[in-house]
Design a binder for this molecule. Sequence first.
Ligand code: S3P
Length: 172
Amino acid sequence: MNKRGDAIVLVGFMGAGKSSVGRTLARMTGLPRFDTDELVGARFGLTIAEIFEKHGEEKFREAETEALRGLSGMGASVIVTGGGMVLRPENRELLRELGTVIHLSANEETLFARISRRPTRPLLRTENPRQTVSELRAIRSPLYREIADTEVDTSSLSHDEVARRILESIKS
Ligand code: S3P
């Protein structure tokens, strides 16, 4: 495998706290922050929901991989990824090359409660979003774990606490 970089890479399911913790980490460390959802959104000039609607999930996934490739060799930074980033094997390899991969996890009830507060995620516009969360999580959890150096359960932690744990794990 190629040499690993110096980025702190956040992966995990929707609602695990990746975006908020990414901002907190950037504030605490002074490192630049990149968010693949923001990069993809900016590229299309659309929200993620609009990209799914107009172009479909496959186009979104392609743009997601391109955004990740564009970050390769970025150096010390905080990289926030969308919950489905781990689905493609190529992405999983790229994520590990970028740096230390942190899996933000949470119990399903907490995830669902957080996700329900912001009902913008296209993949959860189903008849039974709770079941969809359960199914997607069953498929993805092993993939997050496969590539993660560290897992932090965010269920009952503040963003600051999660960020501090991540920084401690990187130091040790
Ligand atoms: C997705 C998660 C979203 C976003 C898109 C697809 C997924 O990001 O990339 O809606 O497949 O889990 P968040 O994890 O930041 O919600």
